[in-house]
Each structure stands twice: as structure tokens, then as C-alpha cells.
Ligand binder design. Structure first.
Ligand code: SAM
Length: 235
């Protein structure tokens, strides 16, 4: 993968960036995504944010190598702290856990003014993001699921709006598995949740052999509930 040929996952994220926008890519590592977006005329300019020194240096080098210093600003900092209020039109956060993406959005809430689209690609725990979107009046507009190199990824696209609209049917199932993804029920979606179902059942079996403490009882209930949600969707 490089800034010319992105991974299938990052290419799918890039496709959701609104044309001619100023995009902030948070957790940018090599800055492949902002470089690709600017080089391909998707974004007019970009900000690449990185909190860790090594990936920050990699992003700086890549932007210099592409000759894009005047179009992409590489900034070191935590989450949305690297952007000014009203600066980007769109934000991409990819390749992290859903809980971390949620925390980045929550901690940087005041920076979201003027942002018209969020494109979020959690590796796991997408439900954390869906819950945050609902609580913060961001309407989930689209969900994608894809498989690359044996791993399954989800992409969530949100815009300000009626945050409850996508969850009119089966709210709890939709938050956990994704309202658009449930409707589409693609082969990749079925593969992901069939695997997850097996995994949860395995954890339950282990918990059934564990001592009967309040904690294990609670954990068993939690897992049983997840199993029920998944089975009801997979049918
Ligand atoms: N976004 C790229 C992608 O999808 O291929 C890189 C993903 S990489 C696994 C996650 C990156 O996010 C790392 O470089 C990490 O240092 C950075 N990161 C993690 N937490 C962050 C935060 N709070 N603010 C900015 N960057 C963060």
C-alpha cells in the first residue's frame, strides 16, 4: 500500500470524502489517506493528525516526498486537538477500535462545528460509535463492510441530522450490528457475525465452568444477550 495505491479499506474510506472538501485524518500514520485524497482531487487540502512521534515523522516524510507540504498540514497532537473549530469539512478516523474513535470524538466535540461528514472505520466495537452518534445528533447515513487480507472492516458515514432515524426498527440489534448492514445482510456481514456468534458461545462455555460469582453471573447474562441479538439477526 502507498499513497498511489491504497488498501481496499482506505480506498473505501477515501471514496466517502465529499468532493473538494478540507479533510482532517486523525491517526494518520503514514498520511497515505490524505495524500491519496489530495493527489486524486477528492480533497482540496488536508490535515494529518498523529499523536505518536514515529507515525507523525512518517506522515511528515510522506507529505514531503509527495511534494504536498502546501496542501497537507501534518500536526502532532491528541485526537481533534490538532484542528481548529470550523477548519475541516470532513473528518476521517480509521484503523482503530470503536471505543477509541468514540473517545476521540467525545473529547473533541467542540471542534466538530462546521464538520459536515464523519467517516469512521473501526476495526472492532462499531456499536460504541453508533451510540455516540445517537447521543450527539449525528445521523448514520451509510455503512459499508468489506474483507481484506482475511480481516473484516466496517465503515460508518455520518452527517448532522435525525440521529434516531436509522434505528426505527429493532434499535438494540441495529446499534450492535448496524442498521444498514442488517438490511443488506451481505456475505461478509454473515461471515463476521457467524464467527462472532461462535466466539461468544465459546466464551459462554468457559464462563459456565468458572466459579459462580456475581461477576461471572453478570458476564454470562451479558454474553447470552449478545448471542440472542446475533441469532435473531442471522435467523
Ligand atoms: N489511519 C491509518 C489507517 O487506517 O491505516 C492508521 C491506523 S493505525 C493502526 C492507528 C494510528 O492512530 C496510529 O498511528 C496511532 O498512533 C494513531 N492514534 C491513536 N490514538 C490517537 C489519538 N488519540 N490521536 C491521534 N492519533 C492517534
Amino acid at each position: 500500500m502507498n499513497e498511489v495505491k491504497l488498501s481496499k479499506r482506505l480506498e473505501a474510506v477515501a471514496k466517502e470524502i465529499p468532493p473538494q472538501s478540507i479533510v482532517a485524518d486523525i491517526g494518520s500514520d503514514h498520511a497515505y489517506l490524505p495524500c491519496y485524497a489530495v493527489l486524486n482531487g477528492i480533497a482540496s487540502s488536508a490535515i494529518a493528525g498523529e499523536v505518536v512521534e514515529g507515525p507523525f515523522q512518517s506522515a511528515l516524510s510522506k507529505v514531503r516526498e509527495c511534494g504536498l507540504e502546501n496542501k497537507i498540514s501534518v500536526r502532532k497532537g491528541n485526537g481533534l486537538a490538532v484542528i481548529e473549530r470550523g477548519e475541516p469539512d470532513a473528518i476521517t478516523i480509521a484503523g482503530m477500535g470503536g471505543a477509541l474513535i468514540r473517545d476521540i470524538l467525545e473529547n473533541g466535540k467542540d471542534k466538530l462545528h462546521g464538520v459536515t461528514r464523519l467517516i469512521l472505520q473501526p476495526n472492532i466495537g462499531a456499536h460504541n460509535i453508533r451510540e455516540w452518534l445517537i447521543e450527539n445528533r449525528w445521523e448514520l447515513k451509510k455503512e459499508l463492510i468489506l474483507k481484506e487480507d482475511g480481516k473484516i472492516y466496517e465503515i460508518l458515514v455520518a452527517e448532522m441530522g435525525d440521529s434516531l432515524k436509522p434505528y426505527e426498527e429493532k434499535k438494540e440489534h441495529s446499534i450492535f450490528l448496524g442498521p444498514f448492514l442488517i438490511r443488506e445482510k451481505s456475505d461478509v456481514f454473515i461471515e463476521k457475525w457467524s464467527y462472532e456468534l461462535k466466539n461468544q458461545k465459546r466464551i459462554l462455555m468457559q464462563l459456565e465452568q468458572a466459579a459462580d460469582t456475581e461477576e461471572t453471573k453478570e458476564k454470562r447474562q451479558e454474553i447470552l444477550h449478545k448471542i440472542q441479538l446475533i441469532e435473531e439477526v442471522l435467523g
